[in-house]
Design a protein around this ligand. Structure first.
Ligand code: 0RA
Length: 687
């Protein structure tokens, strides 16, 4: 704890260093001979066994071997440099995607020590690179501050790379070691001189372990942007050297972004809320320490009806929330409630029989809270829920004090907030009354299942899936084509409404939304403390599959439904229970051969192989909509678990998703156009 406190002081210092010094590429003369003549030998067997375990069960160490795990490798390496920056010794981190899909991370910190490790009898660098969890062993308590979701250390990255090269720039010299699948090829050696200081890591992810080894610029950019906001004063550059990949994204030559934030979370919350209309322009901000817990938070109010809280512990996005979020919510409710009481607002509401709930205080709130905890206890299904009970009180106190102070100093803004709370409470009560009167008139509504639902016969939710299908005709085909034992069909009519633009409670007055809620059997909206739907255990299907036409309108409906789930039932997404079906775009036929093609490339491949349609009997059928397929075709191509392709919906980065949804659904056109142009799948088909 003590050691940790020291860092906080240094963090403040490091913020002052803002000079942007690009790190130069260095040409290194390779020395074929081992610098100190030492051979790498059998004495390190134990270590290799450790890394063998990582290669045998990579998912246990980095979460998974998909694209997500692949990108985690980068975060793991960058986190070490962030730690060095938080310790006050590093101001600049450069991340490069090289032309061969290898990654280079270079910082201007002190450089990983290369001297002999006393117990291990080898270079400290080699220990860091080859011993599992060695990162923290150096200098316990003071070194590891941040840390990727899995916090497994750079040795795991090494183990999962066919090749890795570590270079340390220290005391005017360049030290180097190379590894293959985590095993050193030679001992640490001097390879040249330099004026730089820092660490440079380059790795080539192992294609025999990862499903894909192709990095995606946007995924890395989102995380680097987030890290820059979370750690004010650090410059992070991201460069993509892959000219062909860049060209496909419409960018000529080398792609590059520099992420740097002076205002930290103040800037972050403005970024997330940039496409919403602000209630007022001020950001309510605090950066303090309570009971040895550094706490930073930024709050903005906008005119929307949703609540958007983003929380971090040691730079990790705690999507399941936890004690820090609980402390934040409690403070917010208490302080605003007290302010409303002091200004006699609650009295007026009571006269109209309107009570204020916690939700009312958070309508239109966007906030980011970031805490640093020395020994975090992570709980929950994805280990992203903070369990440390002492943090709740610390955050509650810090946020309580800062917010009270803000309201006292800013009466105009305070009134805007309280007026908004009153409006939220009034609207909620009005909506409830309207709903109750609808239900009284129609006793069947409210309970039971929606009339449009064709349910399945199996009663075990784990076996069952529900298709939400666009349009009654496609719904009809789906009902006929499905396996009725475990597949339920819920047709919805055309475009559902845009949840970003209506009051929170209005959603429940919408027929299509109500049908979805009733069919799923769970209430929408989040529980106060853990962000789960209140009766989540009643979920009737473990898979919910959105099935819409493969065209622009279908994508629009997908987006509206995704927004609905993202805002009202994120748990479903977090648990990996929301999917998007992928119907084929074409059926290509040549003679007796026919093939369903799910994208333009597949169609071109078919033409390449079997020739195009010039002979007349060679035929491409473009499916304009699901309704054009007969029930058998729909089953075969889109619904049969044996042959279909389902896309699982995930929230990689909740803050970025928040920004994206509000941008897609908002009034501001240029960012939406740019996003759609970059991500369009159907543009060429429907143009
Ligand atoms: C522990 C001690 C020292 C440096 C580091 C760790 C360090 C680790 C990494 C990983 C990436 N970049 C890094 N930069 C520094 C130095 C101790 C000393 O010089 O006294």
């Amino acid at each position: 704890m003590k050691a940790y406190k020291k860092h906080v002081g240094r963090i403040a210092n490091s913020n002052k260093i803002r000079k942007f010094v690009p790190l130069k590429e260095i040409e290194i003369k390779m020395d074929e001979n081992n610098a100190n003549g030492q051979q790498y030998s059998a004495s390190n067997i134990q270590v290799l066994e450790g890394l063998e375990a990582v290669r045998k069960r990579p998912a246990m160490y980095i979460g998974d071997i998909s694209e997500k795990g692949l990108h985690h490798l980068v975060y793991e390496v960058v986190d070490n440099s962030i730690d060095e920056a938080l310790a006050g010794y590093c101001t600049h981190i450069e991340v490069t995607i090289n032309e061969d899909n290898s990654i280079t991370v270079q910082d201007n910190g002190r450089g990983i020590p290369v001297d002999m490790h006393e117990k291990e009898h080898r270079s400290a660098l080699e220990v860091v690179m080859t011993v599992l969890h060695a990162g923290g062993k150096f200098d316990k308590g003071s070194y590891k501050v941040s840390g990727g979701l899995h916090g497994v250390g750079v040795s795991c990255v090494n183990a999962l790379s066919t090749k890795m090269v570590s270079q340390v720039f220290r005391d005017g010299k360049i030290y180097q070691q190379e590894y293959s699948c985590g095993k050193p090829i030679y001992s640490v050696k001097e390879v040249g001189t330099t004026e730089l200081r820092g660490t440079r890591q380059q790795f080539w992810p192992d294609g025999s372990i990862f499903i894909t080894t192709t990095y995606r610029y946007d995924i890395l950019a989102n995380r680097m942007r987030e890290l820059a906001y979370l750690n004010a004063g650090i410059t992070i550059t991201l460069t993509d050297m892959r000219v062909d990949v860049n060209a496909a994204a419409g960018i000529e030559g080398i792609r590059k972004d520099v992420f740097y934030s002076e205002g930290g979370l103040r800037d972050f919350v403005k970024y997330i809320d940039s496409t919403r209309t602000h209630l007022f322009d001020d950001v309510i901000y605090l950066n303090t320490e309570k009971n040895e817990v550094p706490i930073e938070a930024a709050i903005m109010y906008n005119t929307s009806y949703s609540e958007n809280l983003h929380s971090y512990v040691n730079n990790i996005n705690t999507i399941e929330g936890g004690t820090h979020l609980q402390g934040f919510r409690t403070a917010l409710t208490r302080v605003l409630k007290k302010y409303a009481e002091d200004t006699k607002v609650t009295e007026k509401l009571e006269k109209q029989h309107i009570d204020i709930t916690g939700d009312d205080f958070r309508e239109g709130l966007t906030a980011v809270i970031s805490v640093k905890v020395a020994e975090p206890q992570f709980e929950g299904q994805t280990k992203t829920k903070l369990g440390n009970s002492e943090v709740a009180g610390a955050v509650q106190q810090a946020v309580g004090e800062a917010l009270t102070y803000y309201l006292e100093e800013h009466p105009k803004e305070a009134k805007l907030i309280v007026d908004k709370v009153v409006l939220a409470a009034t609207a909620r009560v009005a909506a409830r009354k309207a709903r109750e009167s609808v239900q009284r008139k129609n006793p069947m509504a409210g309970g039971g299942l929606p009339g449009k639902l064709a349910d399945c016969s199996d009663r075990d939710p784990a076996n069952c899936e529900m298709f939400i299908v666009e349009g009654d005709s496609a719904g009809g085909s789906a009902k006929q084509g499905r396996d009725r034992h475990f597949q339920a069909i819920l047709p919805i009519r055309g475009k559902i409404f845009n949840v970003e633009r209506v009051m929170w409670h209005k959603a429940f007055e919408h027929e299509e939304v109500n049908n979805i809620i009733q069919a799923l059997g769970v209430r929408f909206g989040l529980d106060e403390t853990d962000g789960k739907a209140a009766n989540y255990d009643k979920l009737r299907y473990y898979k919910t599959i959105i099935m819409t036409d493969a065209d622009v309108d279908g994508s629009h409906i997908d987006t509206l439904l995704l927004t609905l789930f993202f805002r009202y039932m994120p748990q479903l997404i977090r648990d990996g229970r929301l999917y998007i079906a992928t119907p084929p775009l074409y059926k290509c036929t040549k003679g007796k051969v026919s093939e369903y093609c799910y994208d333009e490339q597949a169609r071109l491949r078919f033409i390449d192989t079997y020739g195009d349609g010039t002979e007349g009997s060679v035929k491409t059928q473009r499916y304009k909509g699901l309704g054009e397929m007969n029930p058998e075709q729909l089953w075969e191509t889109t619904m049969n678990p044996e042959t279909r392709l389902l896309k699982q919906v995930t929230i990689e980065d909740a803050a970025e998703a928040d920004y994206t949804f509000s941008m897609l659904m908002g009034d501001d056109v240029p960012p939406r156009r740019e996003f759609i142009e970059r991500n369009a799948t159907y543009a060429n088909v429907d143009a």
